[in-house]
Design a protein around this ligand. Structure first.
Ligand code: COA
Length: 441
């Protein structure tokens, strides 16, 4: 049989494909922009056929109809990360959050700790060797395709064929639904004056020849916008977005000083615009690997001059970071934050830097301004990164260097970069905790 024959033998309608899902099944959705919208819509349209189907996923970019209260009996949510379309579902008790590092999630699926009866995914059309590329996601998605009893794929001719390990052979897919639509896009965020100032402070910590990991959001984008004057940067990052295109075109990202995967951009997923997806298509500079490789702290540690920049919700006066919950309310997830900070802390050249970058304050929905540097994390908040794994905290007011500093010095450094409106109460706590009057050093 030719590749074409195999492909055609698996073709069916979306409605027929989702009829293979049974009540009680665990359905793993491909991650982020690799979610298959046509299949998800067909599954939700077919909701009356199911009871208690567990939807397993991480960053969910689709509209999220399956999480709506009217489908409670049909679908339950099991998330490794929560977002705008899933937070309420879990808060109301119609779903669960599973704490796990991103580097562990392929193993969670491989070992059956979270079963994978059906995997719903979007892939490229097969190439002449029969390889179907997920293109924008490798992370746990490829493992889910390998572990699933049934793999149902949208074969979409807009999915890029990104080099690396983000593919399965057509023979590993059970049902194919042919589609042709743009891959979901994430537009670059607007950058505020405060975020720009934070980015300027972060940029001071990035030396020429560094290898970078950055999270999602305005601050990472602002940091990369300031990298035009740097030289020979490398990327080993869980996620990449459109800044990669600008900085490769400007000759800044070339990976020439990387200690592993020289000249390559290594990532495990991407979210960006069509410009990014066109850029990575068959681009030998890019390599996608699963998250148990990219995010594995022992692999991260092999990168020379590794700089990891991630955000936080709150940091306490000892340097403990909560990036995922506000009290007991699960807000997002663990992702790769500690994977990278641990890798940096273990870096073989001893030059790694783990940076928490965040505004000094947050404005709540009721208009109240709160300090993000606090004496104590909110009751119930999860510690995403312990104080031992944070090297620097950066706000618009400056840089606090915490690594291997005493609790007293850490508290002083953090007060110095907190918002002036909140310094008096932080100083008061300092005085009480350390039995001395706070003084700037
Ligand atoms: N107390 C109460 N609310 C707070 C808060 C605090 N200390 N800090 C932030 N918030 C609120 C904000 O007001 C905002 O509310 P809104 O949605 O009503 O506007 C919301 O939380 C998000 O804040 P924002 O500053 O916009 O966050 P962000 O989009 O930059 O994301 C994290 C920050 C920490 C949530 C995000 O980076 C994350 O989920 N990280 C965990 C995983 C990780 O770091 N992975 C590594 C790389 S992908």
């Amino acid at each position: 049989m030719t590749i074409r024959d195999i492909y055609e033998s698996k073709l069916c309608s979306a409605h027929e494909a989702v009829s293979h899902i049974k009540s009680g099944d665990y359905v793993v959705l491909a991650h982020a922009c690799a979610e298959p919208p046509v299949l998800i819509d067909a599954m939700v349209d077919n909701h009356q056929a199911y009871e208690n189907v567990r939807i397993v996923h991480m960053v969910s970019q689709n509209e999220g109809r399956q999480y709506k209260p009217e489908y409670q009996k049909n679908f339950k949510h099991e998330g490794f990360f929560l977002g705008g379309n899933t937070r309420e579902t879990v808060a109301c008790g119609h779903g669960n959050f599973i704490p796990a590092y991103l580097h562990q999630i392929p193993a969670v699926i491989r070992t059956g700790a979270v079963p994978c009866d059906v995997c719903l995914v979007m892939v490229s059309k097969p190439d002449r060797w029969g390889r179907c590329f997920v293109g924008v996601s490798c992370d746990y998605t490829v493992q889910a395709m390998k572990s699933a009893k049934i793999v149902i794929a949208e074969c979409n001719d807009h999915v890029p064929r990104t080099p690396g390990k983000d593919y399965v052979h057509i023979s590993e897919i059970d049902y194919i639904v042919e589609t042709s639509h743009e891959v979901m896009e994430l537009q670059p965020p607007k950058i505020s004056e405060t975020e720009l100032q934070i980015a300027k402070n972060c940029a001071k910590l990035v030396e020429d020849g560094s290898t970078l990991q950055l999270g999602i959001g305005a601050i990472p984008n602002a940091v990369m916008g300031l990298m035009k004057d740097k030289k020979d940067l490398g990327i080993h990052s869980e996620m990449i977005t459109d800044w990669v295109v600008d900085l490769v075109e400007a000759g800044v990202i070339n990976g020439s000083k990387k200690s592993i995967h020289k000249n390559k951009i290594i990532c495990t997923f991407m979210m960006g615009t069509k410009r990014l997806y066109d850029f990575v298509d068959r681009n030998s500079m890019i390599e996608m690997h699963p998250s148990d490789y990219v995010n594995n702290p022992t692999i991260v540690a092999k990168n020379s001059k590794m700089v990891s920049i991630n955000a936080a919700l709150e940091v306490d006066l000892m340097g403990q970071v909560s990036a995922e919950s506000i009290g007991l309310r699960q807000f997002s997830g663990i992702g790769g934050q500690l994977d990278f900070f641990r890798g940096v802390a273990m870096s073989t050249d001893g030059l790694g830097k783990g940076i928490v970058a965040m505004p000094s304050t947050a404005t709540l929905r009721n208009g109240m301004k709160v300090s993000k540097i606090v004496p104590f994390l909110k009751e119930g908040s999860a510690v995403t990164t312990p104080r031992t794994d944070v090297d620097y905290v950066v706000t618009e007011y400056g840089i606090a260097h915490l690594k291997w500093h005493t609790l007293r010095d850490r508290a002083r450094a953090l007060i110095k970069i907190s918002h002036p409106d909140f310094r008096p109460e932080l100083m008061q706590e300092y005085n009480k905790r350390f039995c001395e009057d706070y003084c700037e050093i």
